[in-house]
Design a protein around this ligand. Structure first.
Ligand code: NAD
Length: 391
């Protein structure tokens, strides 16, 4: 059970880039980071528009002189303050992540960055090297990995409850963009523009979430993949609003990933099914407190969050904030991750590499694999869905 008495002597002084008024994901970061009192929002370059940044930032309680015109100004000014920021979250459109992450690491800050972290794996590898050089941590916001039942699934696979893993079906296929809504929606418009979104739309935007769940739960590595992608809304070409990926994993398992924004009528439809030689598990982000557990020859079971029969290790740090039966959700998953990020940042500050290595959280390696997935899918799709080596 979550221990709310745990605090640092002082919360981590924290800032945001992006996530301004009306943004899709800004509130999720602020809610999660400040949930347990481990981070305090001190500064921000929240918006492309400086007046709106100041107006919005002060409405959140940030001092007006710490609402900056841009992130460069923020890093320079904060470095001169005794109470300057120690960490920053980047919640801007994709094309900005690389330069902002790089500048943050060089300014000596820990980073939480949105996905996809960069456009290319070479850039993401460069950030990894920089984070090691400066002993600063990069966390990547694969927000679904903080659900307790995802951690339970991970533990079940690790302990062999499913037997040998054979098949993984992943999907994140919503229906919200089945028409050309980008005409009136700036938050969607940049997502279908290669200059801002990068080489993919749905693969990077949502497919990487489902893929990250596969990595977290199974720990398997892709060996080869084949990808077919297309846009049912023609103006989105060359980016895709629908994609199917077939994967072969090292060790013999196989899998599929369906990423789509045109699955009309569907909400998220983010599901992962892991099939082993003895049993299967299935998790769905719209019912995140439950995990289906199906043993061959037995009646299917539904495991419930917060119950004593779950693996204790699975609850990890700051999971299970309320007893079973009450619905925890998306905000709790994010807060669980921010809790882990705080512990990781603190361990790095103390240069306790052993403690840092023991804290599980989606870090730069998860970020790199998300980018690699996009790169390899494009490489395959461009060759008429040819099989391509993953690494
Ligand atoms: N982890 C998740 O579940 C999840 C969910 C949604 C979005 N995202 C990611 O979050 C990022 C932002 O997405 P969004 O939907 O919130 O976008 P959005 O378009 O809704 O909002 C972007 C915000 O960033 C600000 N901004 C843009 N450029 C800036 C700059 N150079 N400096 C300062 N502020 C700037 C804008 O003014 C706006 O406030 C994207 O990378 C996206 O992929 C992740």
């Amino acid at each position: 059970m979550f221990n709310e008495e745990f605090h640092f002597e002082q919360p981590i002084r924290w800032a945001m880039i992006g996530g301004g008024r009306g943004s899709q994901i800004g509130y999720s970061h602020r809610n999660a980071a400040q949930r347990d009192g481990l981070f305090k929002l001190m500064a921000g370059a929240f918006d492309l528009n400086a007046d709106r940044c100041r107006d919005f930032g002060t409405s959140l309680g940030v001092d007006a002189d710490r609402c900056y015109n841009n992130y460069q100004e923020m890093f320079t000014a904060e470095a001169l303050r005794e109470d300057g920021i120690q960490a920053v979250s980047i919640a801007t459109p994709n094309s900005t992540h690389y330069e902002m992450c790089k500048a943050a690491l060089e300014a000596g800050l820990h980073v939480v960055c949105e996905k996809p972290i960069t456009f290319t794996t070479a850039e993401a590898e460069e950030l990894k090297a920089l984070s090691a050089k400066h002993n600063r941590v990069i966390a990547v916001m694969y927000g679904y990995s903080g659900f307790p039942m995802v951690q339970q699934a991970r533990e079940m696979v690790k302990r062999g409850d499913l037997g040998e893993i054979r098949v993984i079906n992943m999907q994140f296929a919503h229906g919200f963009h089945n028409e050309e809504y980008e005409k009136n929606d700036p938050s969607l418009k940049w997502r279908v523009s290669p200059a801002v979104a990068g080489p993919t739309y749905v693969l990077g935007d949502i497919g990487t979430h489902a893929f990250n769940l596969c990595e977290v739960i199974t720990g398997l590595q892709v060996d080869r993949l084949s990808c077919m992608r297309q846009s049912f809304i023609a103006s989105r070409t060359p980016l895709e609003d629908n994609a199917h990926v077939m994967m072969q994993f090292k060790g013999g398992a196989v899998g599929t990933l369906w990423a789509s924004a045109v699955n009309a009528g569907a909400m998220h439809q983010q599901k992962i099914r892991v099939v082993g030689s003895l049993a299967s598990i299935e998790w769905w982000d719209e019912q995140p407190n439950q995990l289906r557990y199906e043993i061959q020859g037995e009646a299917p079971r539904v495991l419930e969050r917060g119950m004593g029969y779950l693996y204790q290790d699975a609850s990890g740090v700051a999971a299970n904030r309320v007893g079973g039966g009450h619905a925890e959700g998306y905000f709790e998953s994010w807060a669980n991750l921010y809790h882990r990020f705080a512990l990781a940042f603190d361990a790095a500050n103390r240069d306790d590499q052993e403690a840092l290595a023991a804290i599980w959280f989606p870090g730069i390696d998860a970020g790199i694999e998300g980018v690699r997935l996009c790169e390899k899918c494009v490489e395959s799709a461009d060759q008429n869905a040819a099989w391509v080596e993953y690494k």
